[in-house]
Design a protein around this ligand. Structure first.
Ligand code: ZN
Length: 79
């Protein structure tokens, strides 16, 4: 996988909903300290952390929340 293929997986990786094979690809890529994907994953982790601690005063944009939840739900379903 290259950076372009990994970019859509950042949030799912951060959520821990990637399939083992994809997760291994992401981890192998991050092990090379990719200058593009490392900050991308960090940002995704931050977003996921915000969702985990969501409060009425600090709502993430609905579009972003919906995108992440959709990803989590679609991944959770058996193929
Ligand atoms: Zn990369």
């Amino acid at each position: 996988m290259d950076c372009e293929q990994l970019a859509p997986l950042y949030e799912e990786y951060a959520l821990g909903v990637l399939e083992a094979e994809e997760r291994a690809e992401v981890e192998a890529h991050l092990a090379r300290h990719c200058a593009q994907c490392t900050p991308g994953i960090e940002k995704a982790r931050w977003v996921v952390a915000q969702l985990a601690h969501v409060s009425p005063e600090a709502q993430p944009p609905e579009s972003l929340k919906g995108k992440i939840l959709d990803a989590a739900i679609s991944r959770a379903k058996p193929a």
